[in-house]
Design a protein around this ligand. Structure first.
Ligand code: MN
Length: 250
């Protein structure tokens, strides 16, 4: 309904983002759904290619249904800065405040993938259990929303909660959100999709291994070396994930 979200005004005209970047973000949404990382909820974003204070994120749409016309530009206060009449995601402040706090971050995925939930609620970190998850380094960060928000609906629905989440993330690649889900960051859309997929895989494997006994995790040095090696191979996985989608309307 036009005008419904007049409290999210278009602050200024922003340069049209690179069409390839928009298309890649749409495909990322579809891959994340196809791979079981997001369902009706969850979202992926990317920093604007020519305006670093702006990021691209779908309007309030299930990731598996996102098309090019759903992609909206938002500033770092979470205001739409491209034409839209659509409702935004309530939790866009996850993205805005991480982009503000982390100039190195180019892409962000937030999900409620089931495998990570047991870690957030027990205070266990995700740690790299195999080479595919070397990006976890010394382990995931942890976010406790109660410390900032008291009793909430668990959603990052305002800038203050986004700031607290970004602070909890610190320099890490993954932050677990107690009783909610997780958020991963990366230097490209392809890399952050890879990290979202393998954070979930790592969680499932880590739970199995912890049930068997003490776990021999990758050392920080091993994790770093493995991450560097895998970063050179992300395109191979991306092409396979993309091919699984078949012909899709974008
Ligand atoms: Mn959420």
């Amino acid at each position: 309904m036009p005008g419904l979200f007049s409290s999210y005004p278009v602050a200024m005209p922003v340069a049209t983002p690179n069409p390839t970047l928009v298309e890649t973000l749409v495909i990322a949404n579809r891959i994340l759904y196809d791979q079981g990382i997001v369902d009706g909820l969850g979202h992926a974003s990317v920093r604007h290619d020519s305006a670093p204070g702006v990021f691209l994120l779908s309007c309030n749409r299930a990731p598996g249904l996102v098309v090019r016309s759903d992609i909206v530009c938002y500033d770092l206060d979470g205001n739409a800065v491209s034409e839209t009449v659509e409702r935004p995601y309530l939790e866009r402040f996850i993205h805005s405040e991480i982009y503000r706090a982390r100039p190195d971050v180019v892409a962000v995925v937030h999900s409620h993938s089931a495998g990570v939930i047991p870690f957030g609620v027990t205070g266990h970190r995700l740690r790299p259990i195999f080479h595919m998850a070397g990006f976890l380094g010394s382990g995931s960060a942890q976010f406790e929303i109660r410390d900032t928000g008291g009793d909430t609906d668990m959603l990052i629905r305002n800038p203050a909660l986004g700031v607290a989440l970004a602070q909890a993330l610190g320099p890490q690649t993954c932050v677990l959100m107690r009783g909610h889900g997780s958020t991963v960051v990366g230097g490209s859309i392809e890399q952050v999709v890879y990290r979202a997929i393998y954070a979930e895989t790592n969680a499932r494997l880590q739970i199995q291994a912890m049930a068997m006994g003490p776990v021999n995790y990758l050392t920080e040095q091993e994790a770093q070396l493995a991450a560097a090696a895998n970063d050179g191979q992300i395109g191979r996985s991306w092409n396979l994930w993309r091919q699984r989608l078949g012909e899709i309307a974008i």
